[in-house]
Design a protein around this ligand. Structure first.
Ligand code: B12
Ligand code: SF4
Length: 512
């Protein structure tokens, strides 16, 4: 069979590399894009090929891989099936648009959608979007080849949600894949795109021009933070590839010239023994790349930071979230401020070059004082970089369920939306209050950074300065103080729209 696979992007998270940064020595045919590679389709393509299928990949970050180009290619090349992949709710409108174009171009071509958002919303998506024929729920490595092999018999494909004479049918589920070592390594060569290591911001914050890619060495997370759908996607389980299998892929990437790798694992720092084996392997094999990962601050693996540093780990991102225990507990983060301080200090003490803290603001029940406490906490920590984003609610998270129970979200009508808590929750700070307190907080934090740690701040700016114009660095520093314009703002819940409300009404609503 001939399969088209298209990764549908959120255009807020990709940007063409500014022309002046293109290296003259590299292949001019390859496009350079500041973005993460589409690891889902890169992972599934070689699996399909192993089953004897021919695959062509598309990534909508490429200006020549937009809906109209993919539709033209579908007409010209007549694939047997098209598999669409997307990560988040924010991309659903683009998915629908692409499916529409494809159906117009090739009405009989079956279209299947997969990925995290599709997994959480399969039945509703099929009800809502007649141009999609089916949704693959969960991991695609077994499901997709099974579906492609049984295009005429969708009823036999476990974990497929499809339409049978207009009726939506949910086939029995297939279990999570046990052995993640059995699959070929992702295909990082078919797409004519070089992905550039960058910050996903609206200024060209390029981190390096080294050959860059992402990699996934484990899946899932056993915790239950209220704003996160990973536990429900992964059934609360953490599964991992063996150190040997991971090192095999790393060796391949090293030999292909990759010099920067980001691990997209939900929680890399979970198993001390495996980290140690991977790091020793990197050192013994003398692999040349730098790498980074994300993890929890209470990870048992904090004592592995020394070996991680030796193995060229230069970036570590912690989910700090808040600077008060009250908010951490409300988010069911299951971590203490002491654990945060300990993990960040330890990472810096061991010499990890860039330690990042993810913070959220406008959590339910959070006051202005709490937000300022988070900024003060961030200033005290030895973090190199930090991000303070507003907490959002996505379907499939405990927070979403809480908003249903509190009568704020109507699951039937709101399922394809995402919300900033500040826009919908009367117990969270309003948008105006968030903007104001965040600016104050950033001003304070920046001042502390410059006066208390001038050398580190200077070094960090110098890192950015390697690839950014001074004016862009200034823009980057100024960006927290101005409003970011997303190409698509979050909607409001149906009930608020009905009532003509632009802000949550009752400041007294009960918190469970
Ligand atoms: C890395 C990452 C990013 C990167 C971008 C990655 C990229 N390529 O563009 C960055 C940091 C930029 C990012 C941004 C955002 N992200 Co993000 N991201 C992730 C993360 C941590 C890992 C993704 C990954 O690499 N997975 C590895 C690959 C192999 O897995 P996969 O793509 O899911 O593919 C597997 C299956 O889904 C399936 N599959 C995939 N495609 C298909 C197709 C078919 C047909 C089939 C059958 C199966 C199938 O098979 C694959 C192999 O098993 C996930 C968490 C997660 N575990 O999914 C969050 C996650 C996807 N992100 C999320 C969110 C919310 C966002 C943002 C909206 C955040 C924000 N507010 O700014 C943006 C929007 C990004 C976008 N849509 O482009 C949420 C989505 C929740 C939701 N319901 O919407 C997740 C689940 C995190 C979370 N904790 O909730 N993200
Ligand atoms: S936020 Fe991180 S620790 Fe919390 S449930 Fe999600 S993946 Fe796990």
């Amino acid at each position: 069979m001939y399969v088209f696979m298209a990764y549908v992007r959120d255009q807020n998270f990709c940007r063409l590399l500014p022309q002046k940064l293109h290296r003259s020595s590299s292949d001019p045919e390859r496009l350079k894009v500041m973005a993460f590679p589409p690891l889902g389709i890169q992972t599934l393509a070689p699996v399909l090929r192993q089953h004897g299928h021919r695959v062509r990949l598309f990534d909508t970050c490429h200006p020549q891989m937009q809906a109209e180009h993919i539709a033209q290619a579908a007409e010209a090349e007549a694939p047997d099936v098209i598999a669409l992949s997307c990560l988040s709710t924010t991309t659903y409108p683009a998915v629908k648009n692409l499916a529409r174009r494809l159906k117009l171009a090739a009405p009989h071509l079956p279209i299947i959608l997969g990925g995290a958002f599709a997994t959480m919303n399969s039945d509703r998506i099929l009800k809502d979007c007649p141009d999609l024929d089916c949704v693959g729920v969960g991991e695609g490595e077994e499901l997709l080849p099974d579906y492609v092999h049984n295009l005429d018999d969708p009823a036999s494909v476990a974990s497929l949600v499809w339409r049978d004479a207009g009726e939506i049918v949910r086939n029995p589920s297939r279990p999570l894949i046990r052995d993640l070592n059995q699959f070929p390594y992702p295909d990082r060569t078919s797409l004519p795109i070089d992905y550039i290591e960058s910050l996903p911001l609206d200024v060209p914050a390029v981190l390096s021009l080294d050959k860059f890619c992402t990699m996934q060495t484990s899946r899932g997370c056993p915790y239950s933070c209220i704003y996160c759908d990973i536990p429900s996607l992964s059934q609360g389980k953490w599964r991992y590839r063996s150190a040997e299998h991971v090192l095999g892929e790393m060796q391949q990437l090293n030999d292909m010239g990759y010099r920067s790798i980001y691990l997209t694992d939900d929680h890399f720092l979970l198993n001390r023994k495996r980290i140690s084996e991977v790091c020793h392997g990197i050192i013994e094999r003398q692999l040349q790349f730098r790498w980074g990962c994300e993890g929890r601050v209470d990870a048992v693996a904090v004592d592995q930071l020394a070996i991680m540093k030796q193995a060229n780990c230069n970036f570590l991102a912690f989910g700090v979230e808040a600077g008060t225990q009250k908010v951490l507990d409300r988010l069911r983060k299951n971590q203490t401020l002491e654990q945060v301080e300990n993990a960040v200090s330890e990472a810096k003490r061991q010499g990890i070059e860039r330690v990042h803290g993810f913070f959220v603001i406008s959590s339910p029940g959070e006051t202005k004082q709490d937000v300022m406490a988070s900024f003060r906490f961030a200033a005290r920590l030895k973090l190199d970089t930090f991000g303070f984003n507003r907490l959002c609610a996505y379907r499939g998270t405990p927070l979403w369920q809480e908003y249903i129970d509190r009568g704020i979200i109507d699951d039937e009508r709101d399922w394809d939306k995402w919300f900033k808590c500040s826009d919908i929750d009367p117990t969270a700070l309003s948008s105006a209050a968030v903007n104001q307190v965040r600016m104050q907080g950033y001003a304070w934090l920046f001042a502390c950074r410059i006066f208390r740690r001038p050398i580190r701040t200077y070094k960090l700016l110098r890192t950015f300065g390697r690839y950014m114009k001074t004016s862009d660095i200034l823009k980057l520093l100024y960006s927290p103080f101005r409003r970011r314009t997303l190409s698509r703002k979050p909607d409001l819940p149906a009930r608020m729209i009905e009532l003509g409300l632009k802000e949550p009404a009752l400041r007294t609503a009960a918190i469970p």
